[in-house]
Design a protein around this ligand. Structure first.
Ligand code: ADP
Ligand code: MG
Ligand code: ZN
Length: 603
């Protein structure tokens, strides 16, 4: 960009210079000499005036003069002094006109020329610029450049460790392969599929793999590309992208880095319609206007779903979200295998061991790792890439990632492991709880450091008091486990606390489940006032009641924390075993933990 900038400034300077020269020439061509009136009269008397034109205050015409011994006609102009000029002119027998020829032609030529020249220079520059940048001057002439690949050549085998995301995408592939099968039954596919996940987990790769697996053309553009364009071009490109894709159905339209384009509107300082907003609006219009039964699937990827404009996520737009999460140890081993295919690896290299050394690595990091190890082997003059090179490469990459603050350290992993196993053990110990599906210390989404996945056994419409209390105990189980193991608590429970408090508060205020307050309902649902003045809503209850509410909420939370503590201290051994297991495997099945718990209970 920097270089291009200089380049264009030089062109502008040269252009201005040339314009000045041209203008000078033109003015000289039409040069008119100002002469004093007395000289004019002298010329008249000498009979050298050829013709004149006269107005109220000026005289203009041609006189014959001798220059370098040759007689030439020269234009002149002078101020009119004598009111009886006509008599004078008649006396010397000079043809005269009443008006001065206008300068229109002269002005026109002297201005039109430079302008035309400037336009030509500008056009030339744009052409060069466009050749480098993809075309943007082609608005309305040629189609905007769109990135289409007929054959992608990437398959699902290239993306490993993301089995859940793949499962969800299989349906899309089926549809693209045989759209008739779906449309015959009146089936509808989601219009927009949004791949959500941290950077480098393989979102772009998966989108391409879907195209590769279903053998359809792949149209892709990155959100940031739309934004860099000039006003109006982004929207034009979106229109064009969809128009072209429709002609190639079945196919995939993929918008990478959707967040660059789809940031919530009205956040910018200008607040008005900027380019991005126009482009986003056009995208929304196109999405609403197209019928997925023609076989065009729209996919997008983002690592920041939280900043997307809500309009993009509405039903009928990007309403299907697929999480592409960080790989666990097993997943990392599989990804490593993919990236080791192309390199000569020593027999003793064990992908599982390397996976164990690389917690927190995503697919892109592992691809980088394989590459780095190969480079090291070359540097060491080795025939094959060995374990030593992989180890060295791991160390290097970890150092880099730690700087970027993208890895959690050993101590934190330990805390997260106890925390999550704490949740899970309390959930498993209490009756009628939701089934614990998975316990994991892999960061999920944006905020959570680990997660315990619980699924309800059935759809529920009512909750009993004891179930609500159990839920609170499970939410507090994470913190209780931290306290038992480390005699200290961390900020990791922040979300759990807010959830537990919410439940307790609702129990007291809405469900009449506290003994002191009894069966009252103190939380009135109100209409939001309009206009909303931002004033706090008036309470419907007295200050005294408010105190009771606070006290009751605290009592519930405290007693449930004790419940959690009791369970975890009672199964201290399982807590340790479970945490060790999670630390090693990163993700374990709930059943595995249940077996440990049952064994402990039996003992
Ligand atoms: P994202 O779009 O999620 O930021 P990419 O798809 O661009 O990540 O991944 C970058 C590179 O990292 C890919 O080209 C691939 O080499 C590697 N990679 C990422 N995820 C995986 C995966 N799950 N399996 C294999 N390779 C992966
Ligand atoms: Mg990407
Ligand atoms: Zn928690």
């Amino acid at each position: 960009m920097e270089k291009q900038h200089k380049f264009s400034i030089w062109y502008v300077l040269i252009a201005i210079w040339i314009v000045l020269i041209i203008q000078n020439l033109i003015v000289q061509m039409f040069a008119v000499e100002r002469i004093p009136y007395s000289e004019f009269v002298k010329a008249l008397e000498a009979g050298s005036v050829v013709e004149v034109a006269v107005t109220q205050d000026r005289i203009q015409g041609k006189i014959r003069v001798t220059e370098d011994g040759k007689e030439v006609e020269k234009a002149f102009t002078t101020v009119r002094v004598d009111p009886d000029l006509s008599q004078l002119l008649e006396k010397y027998n000079v043809t005269f006109k009443g008006v001065i020829e206008s300068h229109f032609l002269r002005n026109l030529v002297s201005w039109l020329f430079p302008v035309l020249f400037l336009v030509a220079v500008w056009y030339f520059m744009m052409r060069r610029f466009a050749a480098q940048q993809g075309s943007f001057l082609t608005l309305g002439k040629k189609r905007a450049k769109v990135y289409m690949e007929d054959e992608v050549g990437v398959t699902f085998d290239d993306a490993a460790g993301v089995d859940e995301a793949k499962e969800e995408l299989v349906e899309v592939i089926d549809f693209l392969k045989t759209p008739e099968k779906f449309t015959k039954l009146g089936g509808k596919l989601p219009k927009g599929i949004l791949l959500v996940g941290p950077p480098g987990t393989g979102k772009t790769l998966l989108a391409r793999a879907v195209a590769g697996e279903s053998n359809v053309p792949f149209f892709s553009m990155s959100g940031s590309e739309f934004v860099e364009l000039f006003v109006g071009m982004g929207a034009a490109r979106v229109r064009d992208l969809f128009a072209q894709a429709k002609g190639k159905a079945p196919c995939i339209i993929f918008i990478d880095e959707l967040d660059a384009l789809g940031k919530a509107r009205g956040i910018g300082i200008t607040g008005g319609h900027d380019e991005r907003e126009q482009t986003l609006n056009q995208l929304l219009v196109e999405m609403d206007g197209f019928d997925p039964t023609i076989g065009v699937i729209l996919m997008a990827a983002t690592n920041r779903p939280e900043i997307l404009d809500p309009a993009l996520l509405r039903p009928g737009r990007f309403d299907r979200h697929i999480l592409v999460d960080r790989p666990d140890r097993k997943g990392r081993a599989e990804i490593l295998k993919v990236h080791m295919k192309g390199i000569t690896v020593d027999k003793d290299v064990d992908t599982d061991t390397i996976a164990g050394m690389t917690p927190g690595f995503v697919g892109a990091d592992l691809a980088n790792l394989a590459n780095e190890a190969t480079l090291l082997a070359v540097r060491h003059d080795k025939e094959k890439v060995g374990t030593a090179e992989f180890q060295e490469a791991v160390e290097r990459i970890i150092a880099g990632l730690e700087k970027k603050n993208r890895l959690i350290n050993e101590k934190e992993r330990n805390i997260v492991a106890y925390h999550e196993v704490g949740h899970a053990l309390v959930a498993l110990s209490l009756p009628d709880g939701d089934v614990v599906r998975k316990v994991s210390i892999i960061p999920r989404g944006v905020a959570a450091l680990g997660y315990t996945m619980q699924v309800p056994t059935e759809d529920r419409f009512l909750m009993t008091k004891s179930e609500l209390l159990n839920k609170i105990a499970v939410a507090l189980g994470g913190r209780a486990a931290e306290e038992i193991q480390f005699q200290d608590v961390s900020t990791g429970a922040h979300n759990d606390l807010s959830r537990a408090t919410d439940i307790a508060r609702s129990m007291v205020k809405e469900y009449g489940m506290s003994s002191e307050l009894g069966h009252v309902y103190v939380e009135k649902e109100r209409q939001r006032r309009f206009p909303d003045m931002g004033l706090p809503l008036a309470k419907d209850y007295s200050e005294q009641t408010a105190q009771v509410i606070d006290r009751e909420v605290k009592t519930i939370l405290d007693s449930q924390y004790e419940v959690a503590m009791g369970i975890l201290t009672g199964h201290r051994k399982v807590l340790d075993e479970g945490a060790a297991l999670v630390l090693k495997k990163e993700t374990i099945e709930g059943d595995r933990l249940k077996k440990l718990l049952d064994a402990d209970k039996a003992a």
